[in-house]
Design a protein around this ligand. Structure first.
Ligand SMILES: Cc1ncc(C[n+]2csc(CCOP(=O)(O)OP(=O)(O)O)c2C)c(N)n1
Ligand code: SF4
Length: 351
């Protein structure tokens, strides 16, 4: 419970990162989610990723909408900036914050209801604007917080807890993110920390819009037989097409990528995603082939996981609209209002 404070004590020999911080320093309040909820594992993976990247807490801003998934940021990165916004409106709040201060690392945490139902319009536009952020959806195919109604990602033909079959086509957010121009797209499972942590590290380091759809089962309302978002179903149907390892810029690359087995993709900031496609014909730098492969697998009821698409030459909103490198919130009155003479000159140039 959040009213029960977490103990600040930890084992004196816990490993520390480059900042001298332990994993515990990246945790948040005590979780109030149901025991076994996938969202807590997603939070733990975020903590692990930020610890391993040695990110200073004050450089991260975590934003969310409404839902159990959107509550989850309270339980990680307790020393970072945080904003719990309105249902489905996290993207526009993040856009405003990012435009005002481009120097922070933006982490959006959302649910499938938050992003694919009420927030679908906001989701589509934040992708096409290529906001520089990592956007995680903890996807359980249901509205957990309001007691288990089907969300827009629930698959057609799957059965909800009350016994009703879903009759509408489900929305695949990975598909949508790819079509709208996301430059880093991955899918994973809350129960697979080994796969998820490097994907989150890559997303936080990506200079562009990074999206991760995490299958994150709701143990209370959508973990029964007939659900396609339960722990059992996801475990039985997931197939990793490209496993990724993240090598930060500062680290020495000690081994060579093996030709035909793995490939190194150099990101904007010099860090490296080392990719191992399980299917030799799958190229995670080819958007069209990613789209068709995901579709083919989804038709067979399979869930393709791993880093599905990456554009190492990605651009983001600030580059597209050519803003100054200084964060806008640091500009002074003098920078913003250079005086009547300069204004006269600008007006003159339009005559
Ligand atoms: C504008 C508005 N409409 C509806 C709600 C009610 N509501 C709260 S959370 C939620 C759905 C949450 O589902 P999801 O985003 O999938 O998160 P989960 O709880 O499953 O993690 C709804 C419909 C609300 N809070 N605000
Ligand atoms: S209701 Fe579902 S989504 Fe919400 S905390 Fe419980 S298990 Fe998680």
């Amino acid at each position: 419970m959040t009213c029960i404070p977490k103990s600040k004590f930890h084992h004196p020999q816990l490993p520390v990162n480059e900042l001298g911080l332990t994993y515990r320093d990246y945790e948040g309040s005590m979780s109030t989610l149901c025991a076994g909820c996938g969202h807590d594992s997603v939070g733990a993976a975020v903590v692990q990723a930020c610890f391993e990247l040695s990110l200073p807490a004050h450089r991260i801003a975590k934003l969310s909408g409404i839902g159990c998934s959107s509550k989850a940021p309270t339980y990680f990165l307790g020393k970072s900036h945080g904003f719990n916004s309105v249902h489905g409106r996290m993207p526009s709040v993040t856009t405003g914050a990012n435009l005002a201060n481009r120097d922070l690392i933006y982490l959006g945490m959302s649910g499938d209801g938050d992003s694919a139902s009420i927030g679908l319009g906001q989701f589509a536009h934040v992708v096409r604007r290529q906001l520089n952020m990592a956007y995680i959806v903890a996807n359980n195919g249901a509205y957990g917080l309001t007691k288990g109604q089907a969300s827009a990602t629930a698959d057609r033909g799957s059965v909800m807890k009350g016994g009703k079959e879903v009759t509408d086509e489900g929305i695949d957010l990975v598909d949508l993110a790819l079509s709208m121009g996301a430059t880093y797209v991955a899918r994973s499972f809350s129960g697979d920390k080994e796969e998820l942590v490097p994907l989150i590290k890559g997303a936080l380091s990506h200079q562009g819009f990074a999206f991760i759809d995490v299958m994150s089962p709701c143990v209370t309302f959508n973990n029964h037989q007939g659900s396609t978002k339960s722990y059992d179903y996801v475990r039985e149907h997931m197939e990793t097409v490209v496993s990724a390892d993240f090598i930060p810029l500062k680290s020495e690359i000690t081994t060579q990528s093996e030709p035909g087995v793995s490939q190194d993709v150099f990101m904007h900031d010099g860090s490296v995603m080392r990719l191992k496609p399980t299917d030799r014909n799958y190229d995670p730098r080819d958007r069209n082939s990613a789209l068709s492969t995901i579709q083919q697998h989804s038709d067979k009821g399979e869930i393709l996981t791993g880093l599905l698409y990456v554009d190492p030459n990605a651009r983001h909103l600030h580059e597209n609209i050519n803003t100054v490198c200084t964060p806008l919130n640091e500009l002074t009155q003098k920078d913003l209002c250079p005086g009547s003479e300069v204004l006269e000159g600008i007006n003159e140039s339009f005559r």
